[in-house]
Ligand binder design. Sequence first.
Ligand code: AMP
Length: 296
Amino acid sequence: MAAPRRGRLRAGAAPAPPTLLRIAVPSKGRLREPAIALLEDAGLGPETPGDRALAFPCRHAPVEALLVRADDIPEYVQDGVVDCGITGLDLVRERAADVTEVLRLGFGACSLEVAVPVESALGSATELRGARVATTFPRLAAELLPVPVELVPVDGSVELAPRLGLADAIVDLVSSGSTLRTNGLRSLGPLLESEAVLIAPSEPSAETLQLAAVFRSVVEARAARYLMLNAPESALAEICALVPGSRAPSILPLAEPGMVAVHSVIPAADVWRLLPALEAAGASSILLVPVERMLG
Ligand code: AMP
């Protein structure tokens, strides 16, 4: 890691007001827009940054966002140049930055995978001993591969390395797997699951922890739906058994005798499975609405 930047700041520069929280946000790439959308959904009112903006303020909170390359964010946070930052867990681990992972943010999901050309005889990562492995993640590859390999560090277009004869295998980020397929590669399995994270120095400021709590309420709400349905009392036991979640559902009497309304918060990922099952159990007038915040 490079030496801390704080010491390199211009002498005499006016310190930021103590209550202004500075958060580093990816300046480009696939994490930029979802990170800004999180500030928006958290109610901070971020000003829309232009393509060339280096920073932007928030209208509703004493928060300034600095636009920084995603792979530089771990270092900026470690050095205390910003209070916290949003970047990929893969980059945090690759840079071995001395930072705390405060919160997983539920977007930018991908995995760091080992892959070989489809025609390769290699069948698992344990067979890679001594193989040439191209990657932009040399530290993680060396740490996570089960056998020693010859690393071929590259800056980009990793998928091309086997075709160019530079490597026998690659270690790269995969989300849908379509880039691997397009390039005639086959995954031998994941080494690390990653997603966007909020990171802070090892002792986060009170303002950072406050912001993290607001982000958490948004992240949890995005993964939930509010379910409302009507049902005959006779179907209640079966319906309650179907509805997952940590809390018991609310049961409300309806004007129609023998009928009740059931309200519950359910995981968004269960919706596709749950709705037909609820209908089959006798539920009617099923409504599903988004949740904006979840606290407590
Ligand atoms: P980018 O700036 O677009 O190259 O990507 C920066 C970060 O996006 C990566 O470090 C990952 O944390 C995340 N990411 C999510 N899905 C993918 C993917 N399929 N390929 C590369 N990066 C991904």
